[in-house]
Design a protein around this ligand. Structure first.
Ligand SMILES: C[S@@+](CC[C@H](N)C(=O)[O-])C[C@H]1O[C@@H](n2cnc3c(N)ncnc32)[C@H](O)[C@@H]1O
Length: 164
């Protein structure tokens, strides 16, 4: 009779893994960028030699791509399991375990996000305060309110903004 309990605990752990950032009110939970969209983002924005941040870098798909494209890649991830996987996959990247809202972005040239709309609203305030003029924000799937949109790729659901 132990197996139903083991199954329930495993299911609960998996649910918390997917949803913890959302339940704790700090950001989006599950979801990964479409890899073709991420590739397209890195074609549209040349990251070679640039400081590239991914806020909520998940399992590291996009961060690893940015590093391969020649960026100084820095990731921030709240969830320890995703953080560990991202670190293992992104050798040569700086991957911080922590809250993206607490990481200063003063040195960022490019910031990549795939968060949910309510989170993007809060990030917009952080970008306004911390990003240097000219820094670019690439948002997959959802808009970032109040920023200057320089490019929208409808097919790949990519919004690219420039900090004024
Ligand atoms: C929708 S997923 C996107 C993952 C990855 N960026 C991608 O595009 O494939 C959102 C990620 O943000 C992370 N996250 C949510 N809130 C966060 C926060 N406050 N600080 C750091 N990471 C956060 C989640 O754990 C999750 O990995």
């Amino acid at each position: 009779m132990i197996w139903p309990l083991v199954f329930f605990i495993a299911l609960l752990a998996f649910f918390l893994h997917l949803m913890w950032p959302h339940i704790s009110g700090r950001g989006a939970g599950y979801g990964r960028s479409d890899l073709r969209a991420a590739e397209r983002a890195l074609e549209l924005v040349d990251v070679r030699g640039k400081t590239f941040y991914e806020l909520g870098c998940g399992y590291g798909d996009v961060l690893a791509m940015a590093a391969r494209a020649g960026a100084r890649a820095k990731g921030v991830e709240l969830d320890p399991i995703r953080w560990l996987i991202c670190r293992a996959r992104c050798r040569g990247c700086e991957v911080v375990l922590g809250d993206m809202f607490k990481v200063p972005l003063n040195d960022a040239d490019v910031v990549y996000i795939f968060q949910w709309p309510s989170v993007n609203e809060k990030l917009a305030e952080k970008f306004e305060k911390e990003l240097k003029p000219g820094a670019l924000v690439i948002s997959y799937y959802w808009e970032v309110p109040g920023m200057e949109l320089v490019l929208y790729d409808e097919r790949h659901k990519l919004y690219i903004y420039r900090k004024k």
